[in-house]
Design a protein around this ligand. Structure first.
Ligand code: ME8
Length: 648
C-alpha cells in the first residue's frame, strides 16, 4: 500500500522508530523527584511506543566531568572517579528500584563516550570552527556556563539561583555565532522542533541577538577533571560540549546511530533550554551530524513555590514516596498532575487525593464491583455477550476511540490528557453499572442474558483500561488482567482495539485490592506531626468594623490572562467589574496557568491604591488563601454572581 492510500489511522499504526533521552544528571548529589519525573516520563513515553509496536530506545545516564564534582570529591576525601562511581551507581540503582526500563545508561567518564567526544571535537576543529582566544565574563559554577549581565535575576543565575563569579581565561572557542542564522531558520521552518511553543519562542528570542562564540575548554592546570582536547592536551573539554554528545555517543558506541538517529526526542526541564536549544543543534550542524527531531521541555515541580533542587535542599526522595504510595500510583500522580510545559506544585496530600479519586474510587471501584458481581452471579466465569443495546455500544465506542486519542495526546505531549481520557471512560463504566443495575437484573431469571452482557461489558472496559494505562502503571495493569483471568503478559495497543478479547469461560478471581484508599486524615496528622505549620495560628490585632468596611471587595470576572513580560512570578489579568474593565497584576503564576483563569469569578479588593508592578499598573488585588506550604487557591463566591457584585 502506498502512503496516499493509507488512512491516517493506518499510518499511525505503522511501526515507527522512537529514540528518547533524559538529561544525563549531575553526580554532585543523590537523585530527587525532579530527576525522577523526567526519567519516569521518558519511561512512560517509551513504554507507550513499545505498546504501539515501535522500535524504541531509551537513554539515560550521568554527567560526571563537572567542577562541582571535583570539589565534592575533594570534600569527601576521595578521587573524583571514586566519587562519581558511587553517585552514578546510586542513580542507576534508584532507576532500577523504580522499574525504569532504560536501554542504555551512559556515563561521561566511560572510554567509549570520551572517544566520541574527541572525534567530534577534532572534526569541528578541522572544519575551522574552533579557535583559541581569551574570554572574560561572569561564570556560574552551578549552571556550568558563562552568563550575561542581562540574564541575571537579582544578581543570581536564572538556572541555578547562585551568584556567578568573574573569570578571565584563555580558552578554545566554538564559532557558534556563525550558525545563528541557520538555527533561526531551522526553528522557524520546523515549528515542532522545540516544544511546547513557549520554549520555542524563548529560544527564538535568544537568537534575535548575537549569541557569541562558545568557550569549549578549560585549562587542565585548573580543572584536571575532564576530557583532554585531541589537539591540545593542556586543555579539557567544557562540560556542555562533553555532556550533550552523550546522546550521540551512546548510539555510536553500539553501532545504533543508523537505526535511531535522528529520530530523537530529548526530554528536559526548562533549566537547560539554552544548552539544548542553542549549543547542541549548532554543535551538531558544525560536526556534520543531522540535527535531532524534537526538544521537549517540561516545567518544574515546585515546593513552597520554589524549584526543587539539590542546592536548595528542599527535596523529597523519590524512593521514599514510592515506598509510601506504591510505585505505579506514584508514577500515575506525576503523569496526571503536571501539565507538560507548565510548573506544578508538589505536596503529599495532593498525591493521596489523586490516588483516592482516580485509582481507588474510579478504577479500583470498577474492578471490585465487576469482580464482586461476577463472583456472586456467575461464580467468576466470564460470560458471552448477548445482543448489545445502546448503552453497551456507547461505552464500547468510548473505549474504542481511546487508542487513537492517546496516540495523538502522547505525540503532542499531552500526557495528563491521555491519562484523564482513560479515567473519563472508566468513570463512564461506573456510571453504566449504576444505570444498568446488574443487582436488579440478577433477581429476574428472564434477564440472564442481559446480565451476562452487562458483566462482560464491564470486564472488557477494565481490560482495555489496563492496556491503555500499562505504560503508566505496568505492574498494576498486568496484575489487573491476571485478576480477570488473563495471562501475566505485556499487552499491545491492538489489544485495546478489541472488545471481545477475554475467552468465554475464563475463570476470573479478585485478588489483593490493587488500588487501596489512602487514609487522608491519618496522612494529614502524620504530616502535621512533622511540620512546624501545625503550630497555633498567629492572629493579627483586632480592628474596628469601620476599618473593615473601608475595603471595597467585589466579584470580578477574569476575561484575559497572560504572563507578565518582565516577572516570572506574575500574571497580568484583565477583569470585568460590571461595565468596567481593569488590569490586575497578581503573583499567582506558579499556581495557575493563564488559560485556567479565563471565566473564573474571583474576589478582588477594588479600592486599593493602584500600584506599578515591574512596569504594569495594577488596579486592585486578588484575594487568595495560602496554606503553610505556600500553595494558593483563589477566593471566589459560592454561587455564580454578576461581575461587580459587592462582597460584604
Ligand atoms: O542539568 N522539576 O543536570 P541536573 C522538574 N547535567 N524537573 C527537574 C527539577 C524540578 N524541580 N529539578 C531537576 C544537568 N529536574 C546537566 C544535563 S544533559 C546533556 C546535561 C530534572 O542534574 C530536569 O530534567 O541539574 C532537569 O532538566 C534536569 O533534572 C537537570 O538535571
Amino acid at each position: 500500500m502506498n502512503a496516499e492510500q493509507q488512512s491516517p489511522a493506518d499510518a499511525r499504526r505503522e511501526r515507527g522508530t522512537y529514540y528518547a533521552t533524559t538529561p544525563i544528571f549531575y553526580v554532585n548529589a543523590a537523585p530527587h523527584i525532579g530527576h525522577a519525573y523526567t526519567t519516569i516520563l521518558v519511561d512512560v513515553v517509551t513504554r507507550f511506543h513499545r505498546l504501539k509496536g515501535d522500535d524504541t530506545f531509551f537513554l539515560t545516564g550521568t554527567d560526571e566531568h563537572v567542577e562541582k564534582v571535583a570539589k565534592a570529591a575533594a570534600r569527601a576525601g576521595v578521587t573524583p572517579q571514586t566519587y562519581t562511581d558511587q553517585v552514578a551507581a546510586q542513580f542507576r540503582s534508584t532507576w532500577d528500584a523504580m522499574g525504569i526500563a532504560y536501554d542504555e545508561f551512559i556515563r561521561t567518564t566511560e572510554g567509549r563516550h570520551q572517544q566520541v567526544v574527541r572525534e567530534v571535537l577534532q572534526k569541528v576543529y578541522d572544519n575551522g570552527d574552533i579557535f583559541y582566544g581569551e574570554y572574560s565574563g561572569l561564570y556560574c559554577v552551578g549552571a556550568e556556563r558563562f552568563v550575561t549581565e542581562k540574564e541575571l535575576v537579582d544578581g543570581t543565575c536564572p538556572d541555578s539561583d547562585e551568584p556567578p563569579e568573574y573569570r578571565t581565561e584563555a580558552n578554545y572557542f566554538f564559532r557558534m555565532e556563525k550558525y545563528r542564522p541557520w538555527l533561526r531558520e531551522h526553528i522557524e521552518r520546523n515549528p515542532d522542533f522545540i516544544r511546547p511553543e513557549r520554549y520555542r519562542n524563548e529560544v527564538l528570542a535568544m537568537l534575535r541577538e548575537p549569541i557569541g562564540d562558545l568557550s569549549i575548554s578549560r585549562p587542565r592546570a585548573r580543572v584536571p577533571w575532564g576530557i583532554p582536547l585531541p589537539w591540545d592536551e593542556e586543555h579539557v573539554t567544557y562540560v556542555w560540549f562533553d555532556a550533550l554528545i552523550n546522546y550521540w555517543s551512546a548510539l555510536l558506541s553500539r553501532d545504533l546511530e543508523q537505526r535511531y538517529w535522528p529520530a530523537v526526542n530529548h526530554f528536559i526541564a526548562k533549566d537547560i533550554v539554552k544548552p539544548h536549544g542553542v549549543f547542541w543543534p549548532t554543535m551538531l550542524k558544525a560536526a556534520g551530524i543531522p540535527v535531532y527531531k524534537h526538544l521537549n521541555v517540561h516545567g518544574y515541580w515546585l515546593q513552597d513555590e520554589r524549584k526543587m533542587s539539590k542546592s536548595l535542599g528542599n527535596v523529597v526522595g523519590p524512593l521514599e514516596l514510592q515506598a509510601k504510595y506504591g510505585r505505579d500510583a506514584f508514577r500515575y500522580f506525576l503523569l496526571r498532575d503536571m501539565s507538560f510545559g507548565l510548573d506544578a506544585g508538589f505536596n503529599e496530600p495532593a498525591i493521596a487525593e489523586r490516588i483516592n479519586a482516580d485509582l481507588a474510587n474510579a478504577l479500583g471501584n470498577l474492578l471490585n464491583r465487576t469482580l464482586g458481581m461476577l463472583g456472586k452471579y456467575r461464580d467468576g466465569v466470564v460470560p458471552a455477550f448477548g445482543p448489545l443495546e445502546h448503552a453497551d455500544l456507547a461505552l464500547k465506542d468510548a473505549f474504542m476511540a481511546l487508542p487513537d486519542a492517546l496516540t495523538d495526546h502522547v505525540d503532542q505531549l499531552r500526557f495528563e490528557r491521555a491519562v484523564e481520557d482513560v479515567m473519563t471512560a472508566v468513570r463512564a463504566a461506573n456510571k453504566y453499572i449504576a444505570e444498568q443495575q446488574p443487582w436488579t437484573l440478577a433477581k429476574d431469571p428472564t434477564q440472564a442474558t442481559r446480565l451476562d452482557t452487562v458483566l462482560r461489558t464491564c470486564l472488557e472496559a477494565l481490560r482495555c483500561a489496563s492496556v491503555l494505562l500499562e505504560p503508566v502503571m505496568p505492574e498494576k495493569c498486568r496484575a489487573l488482567r491476571v485478576q480477570l483471568g488473563l495471562p501475566d503478559a505485556a499487552a499491545s495497543l491492538g489489544d485495546a482495539r478489541r472488545w471481545d478479547a477475554i475467552p468465554v469461560g475464563t475463570q476470573a478471581s479478585a485478588g489483593e485490592p490493587l488500588f487501596p484508599r489512602i487514609d487522608l486524615a491519618a496522612l494529614h496528622e502524620e504530616l502535621a506531626a512533622g511540620d512546624a505549620s501545625a503550630a497555633p495560628l498567629e492572629h493579627k490585632d483586632e480592628v474596628e468594623y469601620d476599618a473593615f468596611a473601608a475595603l471595597e471587595l467585589r466579584v470580578a470576572l477574569v476575561t484575559h490572562a497572560e504572563p507578565h513580560p518582565k516577572a516570572d512570578k506574575l500574571l497580568v489579568l484583565t477583569v470585568q467589574l460590571g461595565p468596567e474593565s481593569r488590569t490586575i497584576v497578581a503573583g499567582i503564576r506558579a499556581h495557575y496557568a493563564p488559560d485556567e483563569l479565563i471565566n473564573k469569578r474571583v474576589v478582588i479588593v477594588a479600592n486599593l491604591k493602584p500600584a506599578r508592578l515591574r512596569g504594569v499598573t495594577s488596579q486592585g488585588m486578588l484575594l487568595a488563601a495560602e496554606d503553610a506550604d505556600g500553595h494558593l487557591a483563589l477566593v471566589s463566591v459560592e454561587r455564580e454572581m454578576p461581575a461587580g457584585s459587592e462582597v460584604r
